[in-house]
Design a protein around this ligand. Structure first.
Ligand SMILES: Nc1ncnc2c1ncn2[C@@H]1O[C@H](COP(=O)(O)OP(=O)(O)OP(=O)(O)O)[C@@H](O)[C@H]1O
Ligand SMILES: [Mg+2]
Length: 535
């Protein structure tokens, strides 16, 4: 049973989009929310489903408030189908449904049963022939049905659908309503919004919203027709349009499942999401081009820019060595940042939807790291290997190069975490792209390479502590013994050549690693918190 009590919502500018809505939905009822475009149907549905909790009032399920990502919700208790069909567009339909089944079916479901569930929903929604087709290439109505199929894999206890029948032909729409009627009859509570009058006839109750977000009526469809003194549901829209919205308020009285197993655990979700990430990554040519292309181009630029043998005491160029180390660190930072930046903002609506079915943000974020970190490791190793091969880096033992690699990978990881954090904070890819230079600039200026930390203005020096790149740069310098080469008075070349850098490279590299790991932990935790709030 769902109790909605005095629910109100406000839009961005403080405008009220929903006013004091109260209604009770009994278990196993099929309820339609109708009203003009912009009346607040989606807003009300989202408030009830918990997608956007209400600003005023409360929603209780069987007498309890609920929390997204709650273990009890896991295992498919809630299903939510948004107005815009939101599924990954690159993947074939069957595969999309397989991943969805993995996330939503109770843990321990045998693969054959999951496969049968996938076949069954495709059959129920007449999508069997489209199984191999990319979701992005389905027709509007097919995509809508695919979006519904995702939630039907499990039998949700409560099912929310925003305009499930829009974009469908009358016969398919009637089929879908029959399907939902059947779900309700077998115990699932179904709440939907619609613009199709015929849909309302099969519903137990209808909620009518006025144009300013008040509840004009809540009750059985037949009663609605009587109360509004109209012949058909479509005439209610006309009657609503004829009258001032507030006149309806208070004119009508408002009257006051299947077994769910425990959902997939945190680790199971992580493993499944990691596999899906990899799958998506391999299907998106543009992303692949960026992932592979930017390291290749940057590496080519380094090879052209740096001269060989800069570290050799025979032809010393201390300034160049410092710059080489800085740009290597910055390269690691840049790859991590760009890898992370577009990850979350491009699929936030998907995450929002999956959160309702019990997705854990921790599993989600770590699944991103799991797929991108090996790629970064590859790129970082390649960068060190190629620069050594071209004699841009000095000949040193494997131990030194292992140290350089760890430093660089931690640098990339911290940047990846920063990228994910920003990606979770922005609203779309355009904003994420605009954030890129703003994130890079300070990591160039305040790192202490171009202007050494000891000669920075005091505020700059403080700021330099917050730059993950600074710690990577100094760690690289320490491992390569820059200080020994031309640092303090102990230099074999006589007077210190890099005196202005002071003891920049003096710190043990393990300390730099600890700081970089700390940055990573803070950024990842921030990403999780932010995502939990935004979804
Ligand atoms: N994030 C938002 N910022 C500003 N206004 C919003 C926001 N979300 C919704 N609104 C406004 O709230 C009102 C209700 O929106 P809602 O999406 O609930 O309408 P609806 O009844 O679902 O309409 P439709 O039938 O067109 O889908 C609209 O006027 C809309 O512009
Ligand atoms: Mg809507």
């Amino acid at each position: 049973m769902i109790e909605v009590r005095g629910v109100g919502q406000r839009a961005g500018g403080g405008r009220r989009t929903l006013r004091d809505v109260s209604l009770t939905i009994e278990s196993g009822e099929l309820v339609a929310i109708i009203g003009g475009s912009g009346a607040g149907k989606t807003t009300l549905l989202d408030a009830i489903a918990g997608v956007r909790p209400p600003a005023e009032g409360e929603v209780r399920f069987d007498g309890e408030a609920r929390v997204n990502g709650d273990a009890r919700v896991n295992g498919g208790a809630f299903g939510y189908v948004p107005q815009d069909d939101i599924v990954h567009l690159e993947m074939p339909l069957r595969r999309t449904l397989r991943y969805a089944a993995g996330l939503r079916l109770p843990s321990g479901t045998p693969p054959q049963r999951a496969e049968r569930a996938v076949d069954a929903v495709m059959d129920a929604l007449a999508l069997t022939e489209r199984a191999g087709q990319r979701v992005g290439s389905l027709s509007g109505g097919e995509r809508k049905r695919a979006s519904i199929a995702v939630e039907l894999l499990t039998r949700p206890r409560v099912f929310f659908l925003d305009e499930p029948t829009s974009g469908l032909d009358p016969a398919t729409a009637a089929d879908l309503m029959r399907l939902l009627r059947g779900l309700a009859d077998s115990g699932t509570t179904v709440v939907l919004t619609t613009h199709h009058p015929p849909d309302v006839a099969v519903c137990d109750r209808v909620a009518v919203l006025t144009q300013d977000g008040r509840l004009a009526f809540y009750g059985e469809p037949d009663v609605a027709r009587e109360e509004f003194r109209v012949g058909g549901i479509e005439d209610i829209y006309l009657r609503l349009a004829e009258t001032e919205p507030h006149e309806w308020e208070g004119r009508f009285g408002t009257d006051a499942a299947p077994a769910v197993g425990p959902g997939v655990g945190a680790f199971g979700q992580w493993a499944l999401l990691a596999r899906r990430n990899l799958d998506l990554l391999s299907r998106n040519r543009l992303t692949l081009a960026v992932l592979a292309g930017s390291p290749v181009m940057v590496l080519a630029m380094f090879a052209v820019l740096f001269r060989p043998g800069a570290f050799s005491p025979e032809s010393p160029s201390p300034g160049a060595t410092v710059m080489i180390l800085f740009w290597i660190a910055f390269g690691g930072f840049f790859f991590g940042l760009t890898y992370g930046l577009l990850q979350i903002c491009t699929e936030l609506p998907v995450v929002r939807r999956e959160r309702l079915t019990g997705l854990r943000v921790g599993s989600y974020v770590l699944a991103k790291v799991a797929v991108l970190l090996p790629l970064l490791a590859l790129v970082d190793a390649l960068m060190l290997g190629v620069l050594r091969g071209l004699d841009r880096l000095p000949a040193m033992g494997w131990g030194t190069y292992a140290e350089l690699f760890v430093t660089l990978l931690l640098c990339s990881l911290a940047a990846l975490a920063l990228g994910l954090l920003v990606s979770a904070a922005v609203t779309d890819p355009a904003q994420a792209t605009m954030a890129l230079p703003m994130l890079c600039f300070p990591q160039v200026l305040f790192v202490g390479a171009i202007l050494p930390v000891p000669v920075m203005a005091a505020p700059g020096r403080w700021l330099s502590y917050a730059m993950s790149n600074r710690w990577a740069f100094e760690g690289l310098g320490h491992s390569l013994g820059v200080e020994r080469l031309w640092g303090s008075g102990r230099s074999p070349l006589g007077p210190p050549l890099l005196a202005s850098y002071g003891d920049t490279f003096g710190r043990a590299v393990a300390a730099d690693w600890a700081v970089l790991a700390g940055f990573t932990a803070v950024f990842l935790a921030g990403t999780c918190l932010l995502l939990a709030r935004r979804t």
